[in-house]
Design a protein. Structure first.
Length: 276
């Protein structure tokens, strides 16, 4: 299927050829750290055993891809979406969103009803894509998933579950955001403050006691988390620990992150709703 962009037509199709899988490895090297790369051999083996690499091409050149393998939870198989990479020259053109939708179509045609993947909960743009634009949800927090990063911060992750035939996913595929209009009325679990143009979390003002008392909650993250991490690593560490503690407790009490709210320029809230 073709989509027109200002820099040319983008075609979307599955990738199976070894040469194109090598291109996918080269693309990862331009986007991700060396220790994060999925090899050609790994992707080739995953395809053989039911997985897929969904690619985006411009004039025959691979400019983006999404790779998933097959997992099993003891009940039924699902797709574990492990890697996505977009050529930096082609970012902010909706290719990532479209690749996820292509992955969804492939998975449904192959008989799968769920795709899962992990992401850094402090990546606000990924959060908005995963929850609002795709209709995924989060109810699991994984501590230090890949071990500490180069700066010694734990690599905590949210686990996204994308129920492919759910009302949320179907609506998102049709262009309707999975947002909650009255989220601003939900209490915030963590207070934030602004000092000299910077936002920080007030760890001593955690409102953990609200968990279980309200059907909806908000859990804030800084929209410029990378800058906070670089400029104020100690402040970032406090925020990360607070988010870990509060999210883990909320999920244990039956809450699920279902949306994001951008009520303030510097802060984005996860919207958590208690499941019936």
């Amino acid at each position: 299927m073709n989509v027109e962009h200002g820099i040319g037509s983008i075609q979307y199709r599955n990738v199976t050829d070894v040469k194109e899988l090598v291109e996918a490895v080269d693309l990862q090297k331009r986007v991700w750290a060396q220790d994060s790369i999925s090899s050609m051999q790994q992707m080739r083996a995953a395809i053989l055993h039911g997985g897929a690499v969904n690619g985006a091409f411009c004039e025959g050149k691979l400019v983006g891809f999404c790779y998933g393998f097959i997992g099993y939870d003891g009940n039924r198989p699902y797709v574990g979406s492990h890697m996505m990479a977009i050529d930096p020259a082609y970012r902010d053109r909706g290719i990532g969103m479209r690749l996820k939708l292509e992955q969804r179509l492939w998975a449904m045609e192959a008989g799968y009803d769920k795709i899962v993947w992990t992401f850094d909960p402090f990546e606000s743009r990924n959060a908005y894509l995963n929850l609002c634009k795709l209709g995924g949800t989060v109810s699991r927090y994984i501590n230090d998933f890949y071990g500490p990063d180069a700066a010694g911060h734990p690599s905590d992750r949210f686990l996204v579950e994308w129920a492919l035939s759910s009302e949320r996913a179907v609506g998102a595929a049709g262009g309707r955001l999975a947002a909650i209009d009255d989220a601003a009325d939900y209490p915030r679990l963590l207070a934030v403050e602004y000092t000299d143009g910077r936002v920080t979390a007030l760890g001593h003002q955690s409102r953990k006691e609200l968990i279980g008392r309200s059907d909806g909650l908000r859990l804030p993250i800084p929209r410029a988390a990378g800058q906070l991490k670089q400029a104020q690593p100690d402040a970032f560490k406090v925020w990360q620990q607070q988010l870990r503690d509060l999210a883990t407790a909320a999920f244990a009490h039956g809450y699920r992150a279902v949306s994001c709210s951008k009520s303030e320029p510097e802060v984005q809230d996860y919207v958590l709703v208690r499941q019936s």
